[in-house]
Design a protein around this ligand. Structure first.
Ligand code: PMP
Length: 306
């Protein structure tokens, strides 16, 4: 995955790939006490541009809040570092991974004087669930693992430790021959994918679980809601969706920075709609790629040009 990556940015400077190292007694490694982002830079018609960078950066800082994880760099410094990294790596489109975590000092659960370490990596990353997935959709299963309740851990933040739950769900799905999982929340309602938000289409209207359903406030989710409304669809963005409603949906799709807009063609072996990319999904996906590749007017604010 990291072939061809020469440098990363770490704690204020660019370092060679092989030198981007941390100590094995790092707090974040032991307790998952870190936060991260996943961002994409697209090769737009006006050149490489990072999509909705400001929103990702805001979520990055906010994710650290409950953990008193203060990121010791100004947003402008992280922006400059990211743009410079993409330039130095000569990337046109790429995935960008900022991470901040408690470093090495002591190993009490309380991070005490552990310094906050910050790093940014960037590398080319194609369709997360595969090119075929974008066109033909994915087969998914409802995981036997439930999402953490937001009373147990803030689920609207990208904390590293949260992702062992996502890993369990993903591995369970793959182990059973599916491409991806859908995870229910503690109440048994639909939450999201392990790394994606979920949308349902029924009778021409669009539904997506609300923020109180233990989901991440996905930036692609926000984008899809806005695009769908601009296209004239009614979008219910605070929906509660039961497991059974998945099986009777006309269409289902995932959204995410990595997964972009990926159709779901079956859930637990129940074919959704015609078992292909549905017409509403198709329209939103088309609009999404027109947007991120810079072919739609009026969204310039969402791009940070390299
Ligand atoms: N839910 C989870 C659990 C995720 O990890 C992601 C990926 N960041 C998403 C949803 C989608 O969020 P975004 O569109 O901001 O990438």
């Amino acid at each position: 995955m990291f072939q061809g990556v020469d440098e990363l940015w770490m704690d204020g400077e660019f370092v060679d790939f092989d030198d981007a190292q941390i100590h094995v007694l790092t707090h974040g490694l032991h307790y998952g006490s870190g936060v991260f982002e996943g961002v994409r830079c697209y090769d737009t018609v006006d050149g490489p541009a990072v999509f909705r960078w400001e929103e990702h950066l805001e979520r990055f800082y906010q994710s650290g809040k409950p953990y008193d994880l203060d990121i010791p760099f100004e947003p402008e410094e992280l922006t400059e570092a990211t743009i410079e990294l993409i330039r130095r790596e000569e990337l046109e489109s790429c995935y960008i991974r900022p991470i901040a975590f408690y470093g090495y000092d002591s190993l009490g659960v309380s991070p005490g004087d552990c310094p906050t370490k910050v790093a940014i990596g960037a590398w080319p990353w194609g369709a997360y669930l595969g090119e075929d997935a974008l066109e033909n959709g994915v087969d998914v299963m409802v995981s036997s693992w439930r999402k953490h309740a937001s009373s147990q851990i803030p689920t609207n933040m990208k904390t590293t430790g949260l992702y062992v739950n996502s890993m369990l769900a993903t591995e369970e799905a793959k182990g059973n021959g599916y491409t991806e999982a859908i995870v229910l929340n503690k109440e048994g309602n639909v939450a999201e994918g392990p790394g994606e938000n979920l949308f349902l289409v029924r009778d021409g209207e669009i539904y997506t679980p609300g923020l109180a359903e233990s989901i991440l406030d996905g930036i692609t989710r926000r984008t899809a809601i806005e695009l769908a409304r601009d296209l004239g669809y009614t979008v219910h963005d605070q929906a509660t969706i039961s497991r059974g409603e998945l099986y009777t949906a006309d269409e289902l799709f995932f959204t995410g920075t990595a997964a972009e807009v990926t159709p779901i063609r079956s859930v637990d072996d129940n074919v959704i709609g015609e078992g292909t990319k549905g017409p509403v999904t198709d329209e939103i996906q088309d609009q999404f790629f027109d947007l991120v590749e810079g072919r739609l007017d009026g969204y310039d604010d969402w791009f940070t040009y390299v």
